[in-house]
Design a protein around this ligand. Sequence first.
Ligand SMILES: CC(C)(COP(=O)(O)OP(=O)(O)OC[C@H]1O[C@@H](n2cnc3c(N)ncnc32)[C@H](O)[C@@H]1OP(=O)(O)O)[C@@H](O)C(=O)NCCC(=O)NCCS
Length: 175
Amino acid sequence: MILLSRTGTGERSLMIRPHDLTTFPLPIIRRAAPADIAAIVAIENESFIDPWEQSVFLEAFTYFPSTYFVAVCDGMVTGFVIGGLEDTGENIYGHICNLGVTTAYRHRGIGNLLVRRFEHQAALELATGVQLEVRLGNTVAQRFYHRLGYRNVFEIESYYSNGEDAVVMMKWFRF
Ligand SMILES: CC(C)(COP(=O)(O)OP(=O)(O)OC[C@H]1O[C@@H](n2cnc3c(N)ncnc32)[C@H](O)[C@@H]1OP(=O)(O)O)[C@@H](O)C(=O)NCCC(=O)NCCS
């Protein structure tokens, strides 16, 4: 879709959004539902060496009802994001707990849309930023988050069950 916008001088100009340049239709991003579980678990299993159990994905409906989203393309669930909100007493921030896009649908902006939908929800719930952990060796995800505005803040030694360190990344909202 191409939008018309007004420039500062009052002239009309064309505003082209990045996804107008892609050849892929935009996915629908909506709240996850229990009927999505099988597809979410399949994406999880193809994405991670230590996948979450199905029961954890089911419990997430209770803990994160407003911040659990899926992407739907061609009538199929092709990605998900799960996160929550944490209140430190001084700040509220969003925490992305899990994110995955099915292999065949990567590199078309679905991960980006899922994270941005999560961020919007976190902001609506008064978060001032979003934090996440990513494996030190997962340079693909680190680059992806970096392009979305996340920055490395510190590392946690042996965070994962196989002893791998985690990189903690954070994005502070600017309104
Ligand atoms: C990380 C992950 C979620 C990204 O999902 P994705 O849908 O491929 O993400 P996007 O398409 O928005 O962005 C991925 C790359 O594709 C590029 N891209 C987006 N749309 C594109 C298009 N139409 N054409 C070509 N490239 C495109 C983006 O610029 C981005 O490049 P970058 O990584 O160098 O920044 C996905 O790789 C994944 O599921 N990985 C396994 C699980 C994982 O690591 N999760 C994160 C753990 S914290």
